[in-house]
Design a protein around this ligand. Sequence first.
Ligand SMILES: Nc1ncnc2c1ncn2[C@@H]1O[C@H](COP(=O)(O)OP(=O)(O)O)[C@@H](O)[C@H]1O
Ligand SMILES: [Mg+2]
Length: 203
Amino acid sequence: MLVHYFEELEQEQIKEFIEEINLASRQAFNLLGNLLEWARSQTGRILYSPEKISMDEIVQKNKDLLEQNAKEKNIHLANDVEPDTFVYADKDMIATVIRNLMTNALKYTPYGGKVTITSKNAGDFTETWISDTGIGIGEEDMDKLFRIDTKYSTLGTANERGTGLGLILCKEFIKGNHGKIWVKSEVGKGSDFKFTLPKQIQE
Ligand SMILES: Nc1ncnc2c1ncn2[C@@H]1O[C@H](COP(=O)(O)OP(=O)(O)O)[C@@H](O)[C@H]1O
Ligand SMILES: [Mg+2]
């Protein structure tokens, strides 16, 4: 359609089309990344290779990657990771978890909101949470999250689409790295996705 009528389109329409294509391709790219990583984890092709990771570094890297998404919805994205917060985990897996949780937070937060990522030491573990000022999740839908049999997915505040695979992957990867993941949320106020990871090698 765009190809056929290109010459007759107004500048403004062309801009709209480009924005749509841009969004769709980024969503497809994210989905493909998730699927590839999941497939790799299932076939054992990529070994679980834990190492000491700086939470600040890995959060900052993913924040930079998603800054454009945040800008489009005028959402303030903050890195509140305490210095000297380290985990012993697989870097690729943890980056995927952080990217998915941040993407969700941005997706379910309306224009002008705030998304914050915090990490702190808590005994032998670290705690990390992604908080948003978004639409929240109803009590009746909480049980549907993190589960492959329900594949629960709803549209974002800018009608962003999804597959319901992101949180399942997060749970698999956090479990595989000896941590726990859970969520607290209030409709109309926002959500807090929280996970723990060990600081030392686990036997
Ligand atoms: N931060 C959030 N705020 C509100 N709802 C959320 C949030 N994160 C996840 N959800 C809900 O959980 C569902 C599943 O999330 P996910 O597994 O990442 O799938 P997807 O993003 O592809 O829909 C979402 O569709 C949405 O309904
Ligand atoms: Mg998602």
